[in-house]
Ligand binder design. Sequence first.
Ligand SMILES: Cc1ncc(COP(=O)(O)O)c(C=O)c1O
Length: 386
Amino acid sequence: MSRFARRVTQTSEKDFGMFARAMAHDGPLIHLELGRPVDDTPDHIKQATIDALRAGAVHYSDLQGLPELRTALAGKLARENDMAVTAEQILVTNGLTHASFAAFLALLDEGDEAILLEPYYPQHLGKIELAGATPVIAPLDAADGFRIRRALIEPHVTAATRMIVLVNPCNPTGRVYSREELQQIADLAIEHDLVVLTDEVYEQIVFDGARHISIASLPGMAERTVTMQAFTKAYAMDGWRVGYLAAPADFIAPLMKITTSEVTHVNTFIQHGALAAVTGPAEPLAEMIAGDKARRDLVVGRLNQMPGVTCPAPEGTIYAFPDISATGLGAREAALRLMAEAGVVVEAGSFYGPAGEGHLRVCFGAQPEEVLVEAMDRLQAFFNAL
Ligand SMILES: Cc1ncc(COP(=O)(O)O)c(C=O)c1O
């Protein structure tokens, strides 16, 4: 008999993709595989945290999250996401990772099914399994620009389906879904009485006038959507571990049954930093997003000059998702060879499921421009020599 529970022995191996392989690699590498923002956290956010720490914000606090932070977040969700929620409908979490863990555990039973759009975010798949439920994959079509089409999703809905998981803006494809695409998910969810769990960790990082729309703002969706956002990417706060979710009022107590069992609540003084992020000046955020756009333009421009590589400009996120199928290399083979032969680490598109085959995910948000130029020079030489 195994010493360990089935939830760890009979679920998929946790795969860290090229990151794990790069860690085991000898020699210097340029890392374009991890979605770790290049910028430092803005100073006013650090200062507010230091001030709170010095002022004694070192004790247990509200289990759901500081009321003043939740009130500020309700205001932000109304202003920026067109969502009418109260502070009571918000739960502060340790990053988006914690929000989604609580949501999967509180909403899925054994035997339930959750639909993931593919390419998917692998962490979601792992957590659905940890909840004892079954991930059901609905592949989107690369040739169609990974557009959401109801006809690709509806055949996967069964009597056991409980939820559809959305990542918008999408990691890894960089898509920012249009209202028409989101409406197709909304129609399906309403007709089949499903919950939508939406991962909006990149909601502020959108380019060229693209507008992020939260699916919870569509008619009939507020009562069936868990919206998850975080300070992680746009505020360069990935190591702080702070995010939040907004959900119908009756979801909060079940979700808190999970979060309070795990961590009681999120670190008190860190939440003061998060409060400064929501209520503070908008300029640092705008500057960082302008930096991401410049890095995106550089990387996408260079990728499109490489033989066999085509890369649409992502509408959002910090990832380019070039199609390399014309080179004849598989995604994993290309990623492994790029690491070994060019010293550049990118993720294989197939890491996000078979629909990502023939693609690479190149993070342009994690390195300064001069390093990106060097990485693109190396990729160019690699593809030229094939
Ligand atoms: C789609 C998606 N969701 C969640 C996360 C993790 O967010 P956090 O660090 O806030 O837990 C990431 C990080 O890369 C991500 O890409």
